[in-house]
Structures are given as C-alpha cells and as structure tokens.
Design a protein around this ligand. Structure first.
Ligand code: PLP
Length: 391
C-alpha cells in the first residue's frame, strides 16, 4: 500500500530558487567580501503606497473594538473590494464583468495552482515552454503528466503557436513570466478563437498587467470578443501594488463559460479557503483610490525605468535581450553559447550578479537567463556597472 501521493516524487527534487540560494550561499562563504546583487528572484523592493498603509492602519484600528471587529469574511471577498475591482479594472475599460464573477483570494499563486482541481484527471493541458513553474507542478501533483508544451523561442518571437492537436485547457501568462514578452490584441484573439472552436478553456494569468505600456497589448483577456465564453482570468496585487507580503489577488470566472466553473470554484473555495484577510482586502481597496492609483503607478514607473536602463545598457554591452518593455522581466540570451547555468555561474563569479537560469522554467529556456527590474535603482545600476566591468 502506498501511503503518500507518489505524484510528488515525480516532481523535480529541488525548487529552482532553492538551488540558486544554495549556489549563492556557497559562493558567499568562499568570498565573504563579494558585493553580490540579486537580479534573480521576482520579489519587489519598494514599500507599500502611503494610501495602502493608511488603509491598513484604519483597518487594524477597526479590529480593536467589538463594534467594528471583523472575523470570517464573505467567502468570495468583501463587496467593497469586488465592486471596486469591477468598476476600476473592468467597467472603466468598457469590459463587462459583474461582481458575482469575481472571487477574491490570497494571490495568483494559490489560484493558478488550485484551479486545476476543477478539471478532470485526463484533460489535455497545454503550457508554454518556458513557463511559470506553478502551473506545471500543480498539474503534476494531481497526476497529470502528459502536458502539451508550446515552445516560446526567439524564432517565434516568444509567441506560442496554436496547438496542432486538440487541447482542453491552455495556461497563458501575459505579460509573461519569465520572458517579459507580451501578446498583441490580435495574437490573443487567435487563442480565444482557437478555444471557442475547440471548446477549450484558457486560464489567463494577468499578474503583470500593471506593467503594460503599449496600447496594442491587452490588459485583460476580456478585451477580446468571445473571451467571456472560454477564459478565466487571474489577477494579483503582488506586483501591481507590492502586496507580495500582504497577499491579495482575485480570479474572474465568467458566467458565460460553457462549463459551470464558477459554481465549482465557489464550492472549492468555500470548502478549502477562508478568505483573504479583512486587512489585505481593505489594503487592496485603497489601490483604487485616486491617491492609491497615482502612488502605485509611480512605483510601477520606477521599476520600468530600471527595466529600460537594463535593456539599454545590456544591449550596449552586446547582450541580446528580450522583454522588459511591458513587463518587469528581461530575458537575456547567454553569451558565447553558454548554458543557462554556466551563464549563472559566470555572472555570479565575475560580476557578482545573481540571475535566474532560464532552463529552470523549461527546456526552451536553455540558453537564456531571466533578470528582474524589481531591484532598487541603486542596486540595478551597480549590477549593470559590475557587469560592464567584466566585459
Ligand atoms: N503568476 C505569475 C506569472 C507570477 O510570476 C507570480 C509571482 O511571481 C504569481 C502568479 C504569484 O503571484 P501572487 O504573489 O499573487 O501569489
């Protein structure tokens, strides 16, 4: 008799970032004076917006008296936040989404990881390669091993081609982690048309929507006609507003989907999830105030200036870089035919800069490393100088 879920044994042994940390720590031990700068992990560095801090203080004070104390909240999130989401993220952009279709959660990692529980064990699932590892590992934990890979390479401009075969579910993430690339409205429309034709579901991760600069890049899949019938969208305040430590996000499950996924997600969440905290939901609500919006936009602009500097300087050093225009990630081709891990070691040892090996996101990531623009300006500039000094 097997007492454990053997699917877990089939996962790769070490999480990518654990391996990176191990290598960096070993190098630090050998070279205690090395000034190591991380452009690796995708966590933010700037503090929360003042409007968010104010909302948090106010919410904490409410918890201090019996009259305004809040315990368990509504399973799908408080109306004040769901209404603000619908109004600001959708209706203001002419998109038809109602509050009943919005499920507030504790972030896009949980929701993108958990949503597959609603799917049959044998559904055919397609994923881009490279990919945010959560989609793949969550499906592997559930015993789905035959995943269809959609290569995203320089040759296809990192735009996945439509599958030559039928698939039931496709995960798309745009702006993309790890490549930092995007789909235009026309390119996303091809995916929506494919899903409608094939009766497939698109699980669309828009965690980096706030970083979009160009007008022909859609912020939501629901900008595309027909998407209400075939797409679920995941959003997060983590990168939009620095909530990686606060935890809040939401998932949109439209009522027009052919499968009753809204009812199933509601049932799943009611059973296994007790809601994002009142504090984090009040904090998220503050992102939509006039001050909140302006402050959050300024922080996004700060990171995007890092991205611009990185693109400009790395290009002038002779590196080939992709992304970083509508996303806080740059996807850099390794120099001189190095593998991703060779480039990681070279950058660590020579420039004392930590990157993320692209191969950790899938086979098609081999020959690339991911750099993030989430550092402080000072560290980003220092890292670029240290790299330039090595060439
Ligand atoms: N989706 C993508 C593509 C991400 O890159 C990340 C975080 O790095 C997440 C989701 C997780 O976001 P959250 O902090 O909301 O769980």
């Amino acid at each position: 008799m097997t007492l454990i879920n053997e699917n877990f044994l089939k996962l790769s042994e070490s999480y990518l970032f654990t391996e990176i940390a191990r290598k960096v720590n070993a190098y630090k031990e050998e070279n205690p004076k090395a000034d190591i700068i991380s452009l690796g992990i995708g966590d933010v560095t700037q503090p929360l917006a003042p409007a968010v801090i104010e909302a948090l203080h106010k919410a904490v004070n409410e918890m201090a008296t019996a009259a305004s104390f809040r315990g368990y909240g509504p399973e799908r999130g408080y109306d004040f936040l769901r209404d603000a989401i619908v109004e600001n993220d959708f209706r203001a952009h002419g998109i038809d989404i109602v509050a009943d279709e919005v499920f507030v959660g504790d972030g896009a990692k949980s929701d993108t990881g958990n949503f597959q529980e609603l799917l049959g064990k044998d559904v055919v699932i397609a994923l881009t390669d490279p990919v945010y590892p959560v989609y793949m590992d969550a499906n592997r934990m559930a015993g789905r091993t035959a995943l269809v890979k959609l290569p995203c390479t320089a040759e296809n401009d990192f735009v996945p081609e439509l599958p030559g075969e039928h698939v039931d579910v496709v995960y798309l993430c745009y702006p993309n982690n790890p490549t930092g690339t995007t789909l235009t409205r026309g390119q996303l429309a091809q995916w929506v048309d494919y899903a409608l034709e094939q009766d497939a579901i698109i699980l669309y991760d828009a965690a980096y929507e706030a970083y979009i600069q160009r007008r022909d890049v859609p912020h939501s899949i629901y900008e595309i006609p027909g998407a209400r019938e075939c797409a679920v969208e995941f959003r997060s305040y983590s990168k939009t507003a620095g909530f990686t430590g606060i935890r809040c996000g939401y998932t949109v499950v439209p009522k027009d989907l052919k499968l009753p996924l809204g009812a199933l997600w509601s049932r799943r969440q009611a059973t296994k999830f007790n809601g994002a905290s009142y504090l984090s939901q009040r904090a998220a609500e503050a992102v939509y105030t006039a001050e909140g919006r302006a402050q959050v936009r300024a922080t996004v602009a700060y990171y995007m200036e890092n991205a611009r500097l990185m693109r400009e300087r790395l290009t002038s050093m002779g590196f080939k870089v992709y992304g970083g225009i509508d996303a806080p990630y740059l996807w850099m081709q390794t120099p001189a035919g190095m593998t991703s891990w060779e480039c990681f070691d070279w950058m660590l040892r020579s420039a004392h800069v930590v990157c993320t090996p692209g191969v950790g996101f899938g086979c098609c990531g081999e020959g690339y490393v991911r750099l993030t623009a989430f550092g402080t300006r000072e560290n980003t500039e220092r890292a670029l100088r240290q790299m330039a000094n090595q060439l």
